[in-house]
Design a protein around this ligand. Structure first.
Ligand code: WTA
Length: 656
């Protein structure tokens, strides 16, 4: 099995029409219907979104301007007043959904809980009152550092209820990474748990929070709200730390939703780029609510009876948009699972599908590849007949993995939606609509209605069919990021100035290369910047390099990705040591531990190459292209004439 390369996907010409039974019952059940929607949206995107904002969402007050576009600043539904938790909770309570399961949760040690919409509403209101009592006000930022428990979603919704801005930090990030994010957003409160369960171990979340806050290193944080999950021993700092069960359980369940301006900030979520520290991607309220609502409804072809399961963690954008906000805004049943497949329980995902009768299953290619390795017996031993739709996200899916998903899990009955999008886009950009779009294994197919996507060169000229180029979006959409938290200039430079059309137009570009085939299908090839994608997680090579050089043994480091059968990409670190240090297994192990401490285990290099020097241009720039060739054992491709010292290559080729 290999990662999709241009050659392998160019040869991919199988097409799968939506199964008849699925299409006949689908909201958007034909390509004609898709095309009609697409054309109508493209002709007047603002009108298209305004109609949906009117029909799909509840507004306390209507907007005066649908779209105010002063590139690269977009305002959607300006003047409108809205609260996303009203749309996710309150409005369902006057319907038959009141006692429908909103969240079904399966805990890792086998415990489980279900919240109906009425119960979830109650818990969110109580949590909202609790954080209000801790002094959190509209506009304040709140760090959420939680395991995959319902209280993670409740914490997010509680913030949104009162207009506080949540900043969720994935529980696998280290204390250092957490501290950076809390400081960048100047969070006032941190919501966490004593610990969480992960792969048969407990992870010490509260002690990581303690380490992040030690020595007043995150001075904006005044309180920590702590959920008891594992019962492990922790310290509670007097006057700062409060138990969830003391404060939330005693709080009133009456908390009216704060009427928010459509453009008020809803959340910040940090993601990696090719330069500098992770960026705080800012999303606002009205447009994000609308776009995640509509994409969830159409792309998952949601039915009232669906049991929908997205396997992501709420710490990532997929969890924000497609575990919490999109499904709940639609009144769907969203399943949350605390566990991950692991050697001690490789069939756990299929057990969950069988136990709850999951109908829509949304996961990542890296998980699918891991399942293939574990063998067909595991899924074949379970009843997966409830499934009707499968989805994938996070990285390009290789056609082999797609076909396995299609046959072994979907039994050729379930359409597959391959959804391309990003933290920055808020919601799906390229995706099949399952009752309409014929799919091709490895292609995210076509733009969602209202999204004007294109493949262009650096001047913004469209590429020819099957010619590679930069994947851009040419017109604003409601859930686009609004800025980098605290750094508008970085936002403009990173996303809007890379492609420079001659006519002065702005195009959004966030790092992926792609091509479009003669049928207008998009094939995303992966990042073209210094971001690597490990098991569907975005990592900036520069972040890992900064972590490495903060170790006393390391003088210089360069990190690149190399193709990996399971993870998509593996992290390879080229390291120049300071005098007196000896490269070898022991040091490699120590450096892995160091990166884990600085960022988290997801960023730990898989392989080290210790060297005396790195290939550089005469002006001193590291030639990453050559390092990528070396890491993957390929012949050195392309021009090396600017290389300062050619003997460096021969030394590095040997590896360690
Ligand atoms: C990659 C995750 C190919 C891409 C939602 C993008 C994909 C980055 C796909 C965003 C897909 C995501 N096919 N590549 N279906 N989905 N990507 O911000 O490189 O964590 O730029 O958002 O993941 O990662 P992020």
């Amino acid at each position: 099995m290999t990662q999709p390369t241009i050659e392998s996907v160019l040869n991919e010409n199988r097409t799968f029409a939506p199964p008849e039974a699925f299409a006949s019952d689908a909201t958007i059940g034909s390509m004609d219907k898709y095309q009609e929607l697409y054309d109508r949206a493209a002709a007047d995107p603002a009108k298209f979104w305004a109609e949906l904002a009117e029909s799909e969402l509840h507004w306390f007050e209507k907007w005066h301007t649908v779209l105010d576009w002063q590139p690269p600043v977009a305002k959607w539904f300006d003047g409108g007043k809205i609260n996303i938790t009203y749309n996710c909770l309150d409005r369902h309570l006057t319907t038959a959904r009141k006692n429908k399961a909103a969240i079904i949760w399966e805990g890792e040690p086998g415990d489980s809980r279900t919240y109906t919409y009425a119960q979830l509403h109650r818990e969110v209101c109580k949590a909202a009152n609790a954080i209000k009592a801790m002094g959190v006000k509209k506009g304040d930022r709140v760090g959420v550092y939680m395991p995959m428990v319902p209280e993670a979603a409740i914490a997010m919704l509680a913030c949104a209820r009162i207009g506080a801005v949540h900043s969720v930090v994935f529980g696998g990030f280290s204390a250092e990474a957490l501290r950076d994010r809390l400081n960048d957003g100047e969070a006032k409160l941190v919501i966490t748990a004593d610990g969480g369960y992960r792969k048969d171990k407990t992870i010490p979340l509260k002690s990581a929070v303690d380490a992040a806050l030690a020595d007043n290193a995150a001075p904006s944080v005044t309180n920590v709200l702590v959920l008891k999950r594992t019962g492990q021993d922790i310290n509670m700092a007097e006057g700062r730390d409060v138990w969830w069960h003391d404060l939330v359980d005693a709080a009133s369940a009456d908390c009216p939703p704060e009427p928010m301006d459509s453009e008020d900030m809803l959340f910040v979520l940090y993601t990696s780029g090719s330069t500098g520290k992770p960026k705080g991607v800012v999303h606002t309220t009205g447009g994000y609510n609308l776009y995640t609502h509509v994409t969830t409804k159409w792309t998952f072809d949601l039915k009232e009876t669906d049991v929908y399961w997205c396997t992501a963690d709420v710490g990532w954008i997929t969890g924000h948009s497609y575990i919490v906000y999109g499904p709940l805004s639609n009144g769907a049943t969203s399943l949350m699972y605390e566990g991950v497949p692991r050697p001690s329980n490789p069939g756990c995902f299929w057990d969950v599908v069988e136990k709850y009768g999951v109908t829509i299953f949304y996961t990542a290619p890296t998980a699918i590849r891991a399942f293939i390795k574990m063998g067909d017996d595991l899924p074949n031993a379970r009843d997966l007949s409830s499934l009707r739709l499968l989805g994938t996200v996070g990285e390009p899916i290789n056609p082999e993995a797609w076909m396995w998903y299609h046959t072994v899990i979907g039994k050729e009955r379930c359409p597959i939606i391959d959804t391309w999008w990003q933290t920055e886009t808020g919601g799906f950009m390229l995706t099949p609509l399952p009752g309409a779009t014929p799919t091709k294994p490895g292609s995210a197919t076509k733009p969602f209605p209202g999204i004007l996507a294109e493949i262009v060169d650096l001047d913004g000229n469209p590429a020819a069919a099957d010619e590679g180029g930069y994947l851009v979006v040419k017109y604003p959409w409601p859930s686009m990021m609004r800025t980098v938290y605290g750094n508008f200039d970085r936002f403009r430079r990173t996303y809007w100035e890379h492609i420079q059309p001659k006519d002065g137009n702005y195009m959004y570009f966030a790092g992926d290369g792609a091509r479009k085939d003669k049928d207008g299908y998009f094939w995303v090839m992966g990042r073209v910047d210094d971001v690597i994608n490990v098991s569907g997680h975005r990592l900036g090579t520069m972040e890992i390099e900064s972590a490495l050089v903060s170790h006393p043994a390391v003088a210089e480091a360069a990190v690149v990705g190399k193709p990996d059968d399971l993870k998509g990409e593996a992290v390879v670190a080229f390291v120049i040591l300071d005098g007196g240090f000896e490269g070898g297994d022991d040091l490699a192990k120590e450096l892995k531990g160091h990166v884990t401490k600085e960022i988290g285990a997801i960023a730990r290099p898989d392989e080290f190459r210790f060297a005396d020097d790195l290939p550089k241009t005469r002006s001193g720039k590291i030639m990453r292209r050559l390092l990528r060739n070396l890491a993957s054992g390929q012949e050195i491709a392309g021009d090396t004439s600017t290389l300062q010292d050619r003997s460096v290559l021969d030394k590095l080729r040997g590896g360690a």
